[in-house]
Design a protein around this ligand. Sequence first.
Ligand SMILES: [Cu+2]
Length: 261
Amino acid sequence: MTARPYVTGPGTFDNSTVAGILEYETPSLHIKNLPLLKPQLPPLNDTSFATTFAGRLRSLASAEFPAKVSQEVERRFFFTVGLGTSPCDRNALCQGPNETKFAASVSNVSFVLPLKALLGVHFAGQSSGVYSPNFPVSPLRWFNYMGSPPSNTAVGNGTKLVILAFNTSVEVGFGNYDPNSDPNRFNLVDPVERNAVGVPAGRWVAIRMIMNGCIVDSGVWFMHCHLEVHTSWGLKMAWLVLDGKLPNQKLLPPPSDLPKC
Ligand SMILES: [Cu+2]
């Protein structure tokens, strides 16, 4: 087996190929001189190959493992994800263009980590002043996300959350999206249930979530880029799912040995 990254963006990264040899131990299959299969990998930037492969992923959608897709959506959000710049801190050395520092954002909000833990202050009822509950439902400024980027790359910032009632079904879309034609192409039958999704460059992805303790529990949930450097630049936001009415729909207290820092 071999594997290597798929990449379309600029920037340097480790583009080497990893390889492993899989040997079956079943004695009856001990045939000598089996040929060593060496997979042919597509080019690093073969978007159509990667898209076709990812598009074939399906859940089992069986009686034992049903696909829990909400057919109705109560709250719709339109997010953008991207890189940008912020002013350089005083006396700091910044590596972004025109002496700025690199920043990243969701819907142009570069997330500022609060000094107090969001989940902790939420549980303790002491969240006043720690975050604002007004993460934008859709981008404040629209442009063609699939065209050339705007010349102003400055991002805003803040500790902004989306607050949702328990059991809310949510749909999140990213990028350019046609609300009339695109929903017809959604897979509401057997999509994969997952905690990470690829957003193609200059394109969009639609996600559905139900905040019902089955898929997303009550509490505070970060949604963030899986490149650590982008997360540190602010490509993250948080959902706050309120408790439900039933006893098993409440946020559990922190463990007694939770380190205090
Ligand atoms: Cu990223």
